[in-house]
Design a protein around this ligand. Structure first.
Ligand code: ATP
Ligand code: MG
Length: 385
């Protein structure tokens, strides 16, 4: 905690310093909380600055932003706001109590004090606060001994109903465990397994599950978390698919999603297309390996999304050359367009499409090298009909 105080003191002119100065002088009672306190204690640079205000955080955010001059985002329904400056992001939340109307549903929220606010949090390591107000500046609030758990490297829930109230905490627990190399505390593990056995995750909306999966894939240690989920029989994944993930680059999440039942997930059409195409990579690779003809390479890859094509050389480096050929071919402008066939009185329909494709294939394979030759070729075809 000494680290936290000295950081707060020494970061002159930084966004943090300006934020602290603002709160020390204002009438808002504010605290650094959650990830900020945890990461600073661990000696890690926090991703963002999490604060809680007793009272109206939105009002506080508006006033603070007059000093920071960042981008202010207000989430009225949650009583929260964010300020995004060039250097930092600050989250401001109004201290709140949460009451769960039924398990796994979103809670009703009511204004509260900082202690009540810490009670609603997921894990002890995330339930600490430090005052940045003049009355008690620097005072640490650690009602669940989070500091001890940080030292011991433990992820521990605050109460035995925690995973039933909010099963997304199962994903969060595994994420933190792997990010920090911590262990899940014994009792926490037991109640986590109970919640899994009770199929609590099924009670979450697809939107919330998808959000958790996206967060997992932003982490360095995503592969460990995916294994943990599989071992816990939440989302089983085959060893060969799991081993493939690190090879696939930033779009690897889609391979994972393509193995899950995602009917209820709010995925974009382009994302579903990537997932669909990814399941065809085996056959695409074997077809590409068998050919070196431009038109065949083009026709194999043309229906496939670029994100999946980019992954092919990551899986099979020998195919890099053919993928480069494809991207070059894709830029070629066809000598013959639909209008040319219409002018030659070719009727719309299957034959029309086949002919158009044939003309492009001939061009890609350099059998026809100019528009003039292409038109001549078509005329000859017509005359021989
Ligand atoms: P990260 O470094 O991943 O941002 P974080 O701890 O800041 O970690 P956030 O998801 O930004 O995590 O949430 C901020 C804080 O809000 C957490 O530290 C935790 O106290 C609380 N919190 C977030 N999600 C939940 C949840 N599902 N249940 C209870 N508390 C939560
Ligand atoms: Mg955070």
């Amino acid at each position: 905690m000494a680290k936290l105080k000295s950081l707060a003191k020494h970061q002159k002119k930084s966004v943090l310093n300006k934020t602290i100065n603002f709160f020390v002088k204002s009438n808002f009672h504010a605290y650094l909380v959650g990830g900020y306190v945890r990461d600073t204690t661990l000696g890690i640079k926090p991703i963002d600055i999490d604060t809680v205000v007793e009272g109206n955080a939105i009002k506080a955010a508006k006033a603070l932003n007059l000093k920071l001059k960042g981008k202010l985002c207000i989430y009225k329904e949650f009583g929260t706001a964010s300020i995004i400056t060039k250097a930092e992001r600050i989250d401001l939340a109004s201290a709140r109590v949460e009451k769960y109307p039924s398990p796994a549903k979103l809670p009703h929220v009511y204004p509260s004090t900082i202690i009540e606010d810490l009670n609603r949090r997921d894990f002890t390591i995330n339930a600490m606060a430090m005052s940045i107000s003049k009355e008690d500046f620097g005072e640490i609030f650690d009602p669940f001994n989070g500091l001890e758990d940080i030292k011991k490297g433990l992820i521990r829930v605050l109460h035995k109903n925690s995973f039933n109230d909010d099963p997304t905490r199962i994903f969060r627990a595994l994420r933190y465990k792997n990010r920090f190399g911590f262990k899940i505390e014994k009792k926490t593990k037991i109640i986590m397994k109970e919640a899994i056995d009770k199929k609590m995750i099924k009670q979450l909306t697809g939107q919330r599950i998808l959000n958790e999966i996206r967060l997992i894939f932003t982490e360095k240690k995503y592969q460990e978390t995916i294994k943990d989920l599989s071992d816990l029989i939440i989302f089983k994944i085959k060893k060969k698919d799991w081993e493939l993930l690190p090879l696939l680059g930033p779009n690897r999440i889609y391979l994972y999603l393509s193995k899950l039942d995602t009917n209820e997930f709010p995925l974009k059409t382009e994302e579903r297309k990537i997932m669909h195409d990814l399941n065809k990579t085996g056959s695409i690779i074997s077809r590409l390996e068998k050919t070196s003809k431009n038109s065949i390479i083009y026709n194999i890859l043309y229906p496939i999304s670029d994100q999946v094509i980019d992954m092919i050389p990551l899986i099979r480096p020998e195919l890099k050359k053919k993928i480069n050929i494809y991207f070059r071919l894709k830029k070629i402008k066809p000598f013959i367009k639909g209008n040319d066939l219409k002018n030659l009185k070719v009727k719309q329909g299957r034959k029309f499409k086949i002919l158009l494709k044939k003309m492009l294939d001939l061009q890609l394979d350099k059998k026809i090298n100019s528009r003039k030759d292409a038109l001549q070729y078509l005329k000859n075809l017509k005359n021989n009909e």
